[in-house]
Design a protein around this ligand. Structure first.
Ligand SMILES: [Fe+2]
Ligand SMILES: [Fe+2]
Length: 503
């Protein structure tokens, strides 16, 4: 960006901080506020803006970009501060007693909204920053801020995860109970035992604040999802319904692929839970990751009933047809307006892995001039490699599900080795280089896969054979290194990704 552009951006940032600072002071008791108070508030607001940006750059953000998350945090904060301004004018009293408990509603709604769209960790961070700004600007007294922060933190966890609409009632009840309890504690301390009616009315107003906050949250989620092209767990779970037209089509046209996707969803969801990633995103991505296969279902082993169609095709054409299911899936996702997070799952679920089965066949058919390993590039998926922990879990769960089909049901020992080998091969091939998984995460993911597979393999549908097009090689002599119980980020050792043995 040119120097002028950068100056303009910094100017806009200063202007934004100025506007937010002035907005914070709107309900100030001594308006117009002295110039020193105004400049102090603007500077503190600017500091909060910079700190938030820094925090977002160094914190994993799922479902959207850090830039979008930053915009969303400030838009919600702006709405919350606006709500507080309206309420302080309407109530005319900043005291935290009786009707004063309504003042907690905007911050609680803000925390619930941010949590549903960005996760509880970012939500509590944003809540703290806004409460801090409201405190230093003198907009709200510390008792209101403390009650709002506590109730907001409860709200951030009450709505996460929100699995179905009925969970909203559960979240509202938790919130009302928490705020009621906070109100009893604060008001009892303020008025003493002899004024029990004030304590009771405070608890009542606090419960009403919880209901108002949940209603704002319910409306706000829909608006923000549209505005930022982001999706809540709530909407993701609705997408996973078997009534979704695309999933219904997949079930009818490629039943084997549908069954595979459901099992991958199970594996990925449990693994995500084991490492603190988002299980709902994993499940939703898994359900749609192979929808592109329904354009040519019989080219994929899990849907084949007759002779193998690839027997009459050249390895190169077979590999191209197999790889096309990623592009076809992205086209279908666009057509059915699936959210970006699902499209990322489709694009990244194979990373840039090698379609080994056809690559080996092509090498074997090389003829007199001998194997030409430079053709490897034509047998790799286009990628990109998994960019998030959720996409990486999907990538691993997909391969593990495929390889587990080739191991006999009762053979737990070989299953464990095969699963470990898949994970290690993917790591060594550099497929996990662009996400935030650590060695400790991989260990937990492996354990979770084993637990899930043991449960699933009692009842699972048995395919005719393992899927050779998506199953990694079993002949690799890679050292299994997952016993490195460290939080070290995964990075491929130099050169490892060039090894043709990788899958
Ligand atoms: Fe696939
Ligand atoms: Fe798959």
């Amino acid at each position: 960006m040119a120097q002028g552009g950068r100056v303009a951006v910094q100017g806009l940032k200063l202007l934004g901080a100025g506007a937010l600072g002035a907005f914070l002071l709107l309900a100030h008791n001594s308006w117009p506020v002295p110039p020193l108070t105004l400049s102090g508030t603007v500077l503190i607001t600017l500091f909060a803006l910079v700190l938030t940006r820094f925090h977002l750059r160094h914190t994993p953000v799922t479902g959207t970009t850090p830039h979008q998350a930053e915009k969303m945090i400030w838009l919600v904060a702006f709405g919350s501060i606006g709500g507080i301004q309206l309420l302080t004018r309407g109530i005319g009293d900043h005291q935290l007693l009786g009707i004063g408990f309504l003042l907690t509603a905007p911050l609680v709604a803000q925390a619930m909204l941010a949590s549903a769209l960005l996760g509880p960790a970012l939500s509590v961070f944003a809540l703290t920053v806004v409460a801090f700004l409201l405190g230093v600007s003198g907009t709200l007294p510390v008792t209101v801020l403390a009650a709002s922060w506590l109730a907001g933190a409860v709200g951030a966890h009450a709505v996460n995860p929100l699995k179905q609409r009925s969970d909203l009632l559960r979240a509202m009840s938790i919130q009302a109970l928490a705020l009621g309890l906070i109100a009893v504690c604060i008001s009892a301390g303020a008025v003493g035992r002899d004024q029990i009616s004030i304590v009771a009315s405070s608890a009542g107003w606090a419960a009403l604040a919880a209901i108002i906050a949940t209603s704002i949250f319910w409306l706000g989620v829909a608006v923000l999802e549209k505005l930022f092209d982001i999706i809540s767990d709530w909407s993701l779970l609705e997408l996973c319904s078997p009534d979704h037209p695309l999933l219904r089509d997949l079930m009818l046209r490629a039943p084997g692929t549908y069954a595979h996707s459901v099992i991958v969803g199970n594996l990925a969801e449990n693994a995500a839970r084991a490492i603190g990633a988002n299980p709902v995103i994993c499940r939703a991505m898994a359900y749609f990751h192979d929808v592109g296969k329904m354009n040519r279902p019989s080219y994929f082993i899990e849907n084949q009933v007759g002779p193998n169609i690839h027997d009459s095709m050249s390895p190169t054409v077979s590999a191209m047809t197999i790889a096309a299911h990623v592009r076809d899936g992205l086209d279908l996702a666009k057509q059915y307006k699936l959210p970006p997070i699902i499209r990322d799952g489709i694009a990244q679920h194979h990373g840039t892995t090698l379609i080994r089965y056809f690559f080996d066949r092509a090498l074997a058919q090389s003829g007199e001039q001998g194997p030409d390993i430079t053709i490897e590039q034509f047998f790799r998926y286009e990628g990109p490699k998994p960019q998030t922990r959720e996409a990486a879990i999907l990538h691993l769960a997909d391969s593990v599900e495929a390889v587990s089909r080739s191991v006999d049901r009762g053979d737990t020992e070989n299953l464990e080795i095969a699963v470990l080998r898949v994970i290690e091969e993917r790591r060594a091939d550099g497929q996990l280089d662009e996400c935030d998984l650590t060695f400790r995460d991989l260990r937990a993911i492996h354990q979770s896969f084993m637990t899930s597979l043991s449960a699933i393999r009692h009842e699972r549908i048995v395919y005719p054979d393992s899927d050779p097009y998506e199953t990694p090689s079993h002949s690799s002599n890679l050292d299994l290194q997952l016993d490195r119980n460290s939080s070290e980020p995964l990075r491929t050792e130099a050169g490892a990704s060039d090894t043709p043995r990788a899958v």
